[in-house]
Unconditional design. Sequence first.
Length: 243
Amino acid sequence: MKRSWEGVVLKVMGAKDFSLEVTGREQITPNFLRLHLSDGGMLAATKIHPTMWIRLWFTDAGRPHQRAYTLVDPDPVAGTFSIDFAMHDGAAANWARTVQAGDTIEATVQGSSFEPPAAAPRRLWVVGDPASVPAINSLLDAVAASEDSPPATLWLEHQHDGDTALALHTRPGDAVVWLPRERGGAHLVETVCAALAPGAVDIERDWFWIACEAAGTRAITKHLRRTLGVDKRRISALGYWRA
């Protein structure tokens, strides 16, 4: 596929390109499709980390178009992983609807990183939605594997009833709250900001991971930084999509 200017810039920045092969498909909820992939040597050539994502290249109206997706259950020994697609209208979802085992897609690895806190946190606070569930699960797996495994509190915003059926890698002691998306995401922001109050959080020992719609991510991050005074090094925030 001929790349756009984005692809040229990524290459200059040292991005690595790979060809992935689809090996299977699985409808995990009515609105989410999981594709299983062979990595084309990608996992062996790159350093895997929690919340790792890659760029997949699609054709949209005759033009190259890239979207970022988090790896699900990467296995560097087998050279396999999966990717979950939200099945709305769009170039990526339209490709996923019709792709079959044996089909290939180009991928680029560049930009993904993970910076855990220097010391084990007292508690992990997570805000996300179905799009960030793969990253959240990889984060929970990493926390569970650590020597000092802190409990986690999760708020997850959903738009479809089936979203709440998505599997979460939570442990006993973790708390999960699913919230319907209401008033353009204001319901999630208000609920989370009310809960993240001075008496509930330890701004010097807790860690905050936020990956929901961009405006909601910004609002919650602003609350943490300006209202509570949380150091930016204790916050990992990324807007996963835009309304």
